[in-house]
Design a binder for this molecule. Sequence first.
Ligand code: ZN
Length: 259
Amino acid sequence: MNLTNANYYSLEANREFMSVSQLKSFLKCEAAAMAELRGEYTRPTTTALLVGSFVDAWFEGTLDQFQQEHPEIFKRDGSLKADYVQAARIIQRVGEDKLFMSFMSGEKQVIRTGEVYGVPFKIKMDSYFPGEKIVDLKCMRTMEPIMGKNFVEHWGYDIQGAIYREVEGNGLPFYLAVATKEEATDLEVLSVPHEHLNQVMWDLKPKIERAALVKSGKVKAERCGVCPYCRKTKVLTEPIDFEFAGLSNDEIKARKGEW
Ligand SMILES: [Zn+2]
């Protein structure tokens, strides 16, 4: 199928193409990812996601359309809800910065498809400079490390960079234009070096191949046991040892020493 902005997020597009967010779904919980692809389960849209889309829409110049499609961002009196007032403040702050704005001045929301380890993928680039670079915009709570890990790695933004670079196909440098939702917005343009992306690509091989096998139905989807989908569809068969309470199936297996 030919991907457009109108059908990019459709079920049909998700069935035909893997995306970075779909891959992350598979890595988190294969059963939930498959339920999404069957149209049985939708991940809840969080305010954080919608705030990100608000900022994306502003950069793309489609904020009017976005506001019409998302009446939930307004209060009853027609003014923006606090989260979006904050988003507008972020936009104003990054707008003052020449470097940030120059990195965000590429072609917006450019769709490409291609294969990664033989699996069809779709990508949508926030700010694309053909022959030069790929830039992705991120609105974060903070840029602080999370559980001792750099936020780029914690959230898998390097996975995104590796896949974007691969699908785009010209080995372009990947950057993140980051703004934070803190009281005083922090901002940065981060480069994710090729050597790091190469390592990430290497680590992704078995994960992408496994996700594709599960997606095709050739391998049975594993349940993680702890995500919203697994909780909703859980059927108890027998009591479990109290020490396993609240643990994922992988963690339980690891504790039982089955690895
Ligand atoms: Zn699950």
